[in-house]
Design a protein around this ligand. Structure first.
Ligand code: ADP
Length: 305
């Protein structure tokens, strides 16, 4: 950092500023050096002029700007790849490939897949932005969670059809009552359980367990799939973060599923945690508060936005 000439600030009357990084926490500070002159009659000290130093911690602002820039760069990159494919395939088709039925069919099916991916990406981005700007109209109702867990697992079983994964569902004897937005929590369960399917071999084992104590319900989704290396575990909830981009893309992944799930769970007053070991498997725990006995009224009024 260039030294500050206080005498020059006083003589020129021009303000100066410096950016300083404080170790060890890497706080970013802006120091503003402002000259001042006090009128004699208002002071009984000898200082009639001097330099006032104002310190402003801008660490958070800078971090937010960095996250925003990274987000825009990520979105542009994610859209550019399918758009480039669409453009070159369209040109090739128009250039004559459309008259070769086999090529035409293969190109069109790739284009359909790429379009679906873009639609999914835009949908996920919209969902995140609604959650960010608190524009979600929550429809929380008091109901049991059992049947939703089974419904999601069955839908995914159909989706992943022929593959012989063993999926076990463990439910408690008594129904577990929660205040929740059915569509949104269904989305959370799809994102998490679908990941277990996607990142587990076709012969793998997946467990979905629902438990409850006096105050909380816990949904535990475990798999014996490819797992996540330790250095990536803490980043998988970051937007667009994917351990293996190619593998995620093959399954139409956007890298936004876990961040959406976390936002929704937190808006229900709950939390979500993931632990994993490479080549051993992954476990995701969703914790949600139980609904009281007060009925629908308490549910709506107690909802956290
Ligand atoms: P994606 O659309 O890529 O699946 P997610 O946000 O759902 O995005 O997950 C982020 C990344 O976390 C995935 O790309 C994958 O690398 C990793 N991941 C998530 N769940 C699992 C799992 N059950 N097993 C292994 N890796 C996982």
């Amino acid at each position: 950092v260039a030294p500050v000439d206080l005498a020059a600030i006083l003589t020129t009357g021009e303000q100066q500023s410096r950016e300083i990084m404080l170790q060890p926490h890497k706080q970013l500070i802006v120091a503003s050096y402002v000259p001042f002159h006090t009128q004699e009659e208002f002071t009984d000290t000898d200082f009639s002029s001097g330099v006032l130093i104002v310190l402003h911690d801008i660490t958070k602002e800078r971090e937010l700007i960095r996250i925003q820039q990274e987000f825009v760069a990520n979105v542009s990159h994610e859209l550019r790849t399918p758009l480039t494919t669409m453009k070159s395939y369209t040109e090739t088709l128009l250039g004559g490939a459309m008259y070769e039925p086999e090529t035409c069919l293969s190109f069109l099916s790739t284009m359909e897949k790429e379009t679906e991916r873009m639609v999914r990406l835009v949908k996920d981005l919209l969902a995140l932005s609604q959650l960010d700007y608190r524009q979600v109209a929550w429809r929380k109702e008091r109901m049991p969670l059992h049947e939703l867990v089974t419904e999601v697992v069955n839908e995914l079983r159909v989706k992943f059809g022929q593959e012989r994964r063993t999926v076990t569902i463990t439910l408690p004897a008594e129904p577990v009552w929660l205040c929740f937005d059915r569509d949104k929590i269904k989305q959370v369960l799809i994102n998490i359980i679908q990941n277990a399917f996607k990142y587990t071999a076709a012969e793998g084992t997946i467990g979905v367990k629902l438990t409850a104590d006096e105050q909380t319900a816990r949904i535990i989704v475990s798999d014996d799939g490819i797992g996540i290396p330790p250095e990536d575990v803490k980043r998988v909830f970051d937007r667009f973060y994917r351990v293996d981009k190619a593998r995620s893309r093959d399954f139409g992944g956007t890298g936004l599923g876990l961040s959406i799930a976390r936002e929704i769970v937190e808006a229900h007053g709950g939390s979500i945690a993931l632990s994993s070991e490479a080549d051993i498997g992954t476990e995701v725990q969703i914790t949600l508060p139980l609904a009281g006995d007060e009925g629908v009224w308490a549910c709506e009024n107690g909802s956290k936005q």
